[in-house]
Design a protein around this ligand. Structure first.
Ligand code: NAI
Length: 303
């Protein structure tokens, strides 16, 4: 058995923590000693309106259980909102150790029915929101030479989901952001990982059948998120799925393909199509340079 994960002395920001998954992350972090900034705009599932009550309720719950928390009602989708969330942590507790980018909305429609406003609203909360909050937090964490950041993706992004083009694009976008930040943060022990959750919340209650939802309590997701934002986690750039008792990794892999020393005709490529699209012996690469180095090595070996 490994040591108990303890967040005593750590300060955590959880965005969208007024309900659903974020609420459980905040409660469990606080139960393990973290001081928590409970951020939530308190709007509707499709991102309209706002209500301080959502964040206040969770702060009260944490305090009632003897934990420490402060509310933030800021909008993650604006630079000033992101700054204010980070300032709330610094003013209340003087540091930031953990950031969980969790706030989210849905505007599900088939692609041709997605209005510009639906596209922009979803991109704003998920992708721009991850930028707006992470940017100031990342700076503080790098200075302190410690940080654990969790981005929230979705199977809609990693695999695709009918009727969620805006959401799928935004959710894979945060994976891309994590891919770059894992490289920029590592030297300063700022680790950036991705969670792909699945849980019964107001976001999914109409999307999944009740018998599926019954096996998907938020409590199944939280342990994975706590691992990723603990000091014990030394990985960065991982994408971990967590739902209904399943915990496993999703990764973008690159197949061996075929190497050409002269520009091939498209017909020649088609002739090799099975080999080009094959993922047999596919590998993950640390970054873009690692793939180039691998290809260069193979090219040299061939000559
Ligand atoms: P939820 O709707 O219960 O929670 C999202 C929270 O984010 C809400 O409390 C909402 O008020 C808050 N929020 C929305 N826009 C905000 C903004 N601009 N600024 C601050 N707070 C804002 O939904 P749930 O399911 O707990 O979702 C949490 C995250 O997990 C989301 O990013 C969602 O996309 C993601 N996710 C959830 C899945 C699920 O099965 N529930 C599956 C895959 C991803």
């Amino acid at each position: 058995m490994t040591d108990k994960i303890d967040f005593t002395g750590r300060v955590a920001i959880v965005t969208g923590a007024g309900g659903g998954l974020g609420r459980d992350y905040a409660l469990q972090l606080a139960a393990r000693g973290a001081k928590v900034v409970v951020n939530d705009l308190g709007g509707t599932r499709d991102g309209r309106g706002g209500d301080d009550a959502a964040a206040n309720r969770v702060v009260e719950e944490i305090r009632a259980r003897g934990g420490e928390a402060v509310p933030s009602y800021d909008n993650v989708a604006t630079v000033s909102g992101g700054r204010s969330i980070v300032d709330t942590a610094l003013e209340a507790y003087g540091r930031i150790d953990v950031l969980i980018n969790n706030a989210g909305i849905l505007r599900d429609k088939t692609f041709v029915k997605i209005e510009e406003s639906d596209w922009d609203a979803v991109m704003a909360v998920h992708l721009r929101g991850a930028y707006c909050v992470t940017r100031p937090a990342f700076e503080v964490m790098k200075k302190n030479r410690y940080g654990r950041i969790v981005m929230t993706s979705s199977m809609a992004g990693t695999l695709g989901n009918f009727g969620q083009a805006n959401y799928s694009a935004a959710k894979l976008g945060v994976f891309g952001l994590a891919n770059a930040l894992k490289l920029e943060g590592r030297r300063d022990n700022v680790l950036v990982n991705v969670v792909v959750p699945g849980a019964a919340t107001r976001m999914t209650e109409e999307l999944l059948p009740p018998e599926v939802l019954a096996r998907m309590g938020v409590e199944w997701v939280t342990p994975a998120v706590l691992c990723l934002c603990s000091e014990a986690c030394t990985d960065t750039g991982l994408c971990i799925n967590a739902f209904a008792g399943y915990y496993g990794r999703t990764a973008l892999m690159t197949g061996p393909g075929e190497l050409f020393s002269e520009v091939p005709d498209p017909e020649r490529l088609l002739a090799s199509w099975e080999k080009i699209k094959s993922l047999e012996t596919a590998k993950t690469f640390e970054d873009a340079n690692a793939l180039f180095a691998d290809l260069l090595g193979r090219a040299i070996l061939r000559t």
